[in-house]
Ligand binder design. Structure first.
Ligand code: CMP
Length: 137
């Protein structure tokens, strides 16, 4: 069924000038941009977004990284887009993400504490609804 997902081009993707390349892949795949904006999220927004990771070792560095510069937030629509975008993005660790994916082609481990993996995509319909409300309402 047609569904919506939250995609973020994270601060590393924006800073490296990869927003256009990432959007080109999303558009070439045929998904629809419903809304898109450049955002500099505050801590409160990020605590809500990453609530499930609170207490994990990478939580604080992740929040710091996500506040290090602007991200592009995208409301993306399409048939099975939640699963489809995660496939386009590749696995979480950019070093081992498959070539052909956004993370596999553009990302790697830069030796920093946080995995700067270029993009975020909601992982379920429940997450998508929750996250879209955080970033777009
Ligand atoms: P994301 O899909 O946005 O969801 C959680 C984020 O935590 C993940 O992408 C990475 O940016 C970050 N992260 C950092 N270290 C880890 C780790 N060891 N495992 C999972 N996610 C991590």
């Amino acid at each position: 069924a047609t569904e919506e997902t939250l995609v973020l081009v994270k601060p590393d993707g924006v800073a490296r000038g990869l927003t256009g390349a990432i959007l080109a892949r999303i558009e070439a795949k045929g998904y629809s941009l419903v809304d898109l904006r450049l955002v500099e999220p505050d801590r409160d927004t990020l605590e809500q977004h990453y609530a499930e990771h609170e207490g994990k070792p990478f939580y604080e560095p992740l929040l710091e990284f996500m506040m290090s510069g602007p991200s592009v937030a995208i409301r993306l629509a399409g048939n099975r887009v939640i699963e489809g975008f995660r496939s386009l993005a590749g696995t979480t660790d950019p070093t081992t993400a498959a070539p052909g994916t956004i993370r596999g082609d553009f990302g790697r481990d830069w030796g920093l504490k946080v995995q700067q993996n270029l993009v975020h995509g909601s992982d379920s319909p429940e997450s998508a609804a929750r996250e879209l409300a955080i970033w777009f309402d």
